[in-house]
Design a protein around this ligand. Sequence first.
Ligand SMILES: Cc1cc2nc3c(=O)[nH]c(=O)nc-3n(C[C@H](O)[C@H](O)[C@H](O)COP(=O)(O)OP(=O)(O)OC[C@H]3O[C@@H](n4cnc5c(N)ncnc54)[C@H](O)[C@@H]3O)c2cc1C
Length: 314
Amino acid sequence: MVVLEATAGRLSDVSLELISLGKDVANSLGGPLVGVLIGASDVALTAVGCDIVDCYVDFGTIGYSSEMAVTALSARVEAIRPRLLLAPTGTLGLDLCSALSVAFDATLASYVVGLSVDAGRIQATSQLYGGKLLADCDLGDGFAIACVVPGSAVALQLGVGDVEVSNHSLDAIVGSLAIEPGIRHEPEASGVDIVAAELLVSVGRGIGASANLEVVQELADALGVPMSASRPVIDQGWLPKPHQVGKSGKKVKPKVYLSFGISGAPEHLEGMRQSEVIIACNTDPNAPIFKVAHYGTTLDLFDLVPELVELVEG
Ligand SMILES: Cc1cc2nc3c(=O)[nH]c(=O)nc-3n(C[C@H](O)[C@H](O)[C@H](O)COP(=O)(O)OP(=O)(O)OC[C@H]3O[C@@H](n4cnc5c(N)ncnc54)[C@H](O)[C@@H]3O)c2cc1C
């Protein structure tokens, strides 16, 4: 079973990644893959790869509360009795997984980056200590939950396929809630997919101010690639959330990761250390980013980037 979320009128990227992972596990175990969608049923038709999608469309009109989502999901788990539930590491997954794990006395693996099935037992690979260690865990033979780090699998392509959609109502649940559902704010849509990019130009707090971003944006434009960022850049509203790399952002593995003014905190490294080639620009020679970088320079980014733009534009 996979928890699917819809943002900006489409299945989120991480939902498509979960379907991809879930499909492999379902094939190995010889069972169907069921999606539970918190949102519009027309989006459910694009969950190609799921055999059935259970929809709770009322989340769109009633609003959201974790109590309501946990109650709705618990009903589906009771009805379907899945071996494994996959949810994204992110606001939704963190909100739901521990509560469901307690409710069903289920094994919970957090920060999962890989799943496999060995002789009918599900194995998960989880990140520990901000990705410094990887732990292989046997999830046992009962009901287990895996909270999966975004970017851990190749997303299935969006399409319209032969998906059986079944709608469920929250009416019966709403009356019994202790917490009134509130409005769920969708992240700002930006149209970028930093997970799919083969080359990323990434920027950190070293950029100093929102107005300076255009210096690095020019390089990203010249290379024809998206710009990604560390969390402070997102927190200050200089770039929208889908650009964030790291523990609470996306996990990326581009062929080349160019970083400018990023110190290399463990939470950032967790999201990009598996890039094939890391090139770092940081004026501080002791910045931890240099411990993972294949190439590095202590030049000032404001001196280096315009030179690079000139080189790229020939
Ligand atoms: C639970 C939790 C989750 C988190 N999740 C994330 C996450 O997903 N992603 C993330 O990135 N962080 C995350 N963080 C925050 C993380 O701990 C760091 O605070 C953050 O990564 C630092 O961002 P930074 O490197 O851009 O800024 P800083 O650490 O401030 O580094 C800025 C760097 O720029 C360099 N610099 C300054 N001026 C220049 C210049 N002109 N040219 C070149 N270099 C220059 C400086 O030497 C410095 O090293 C999380 C933290 C917590 C507690």
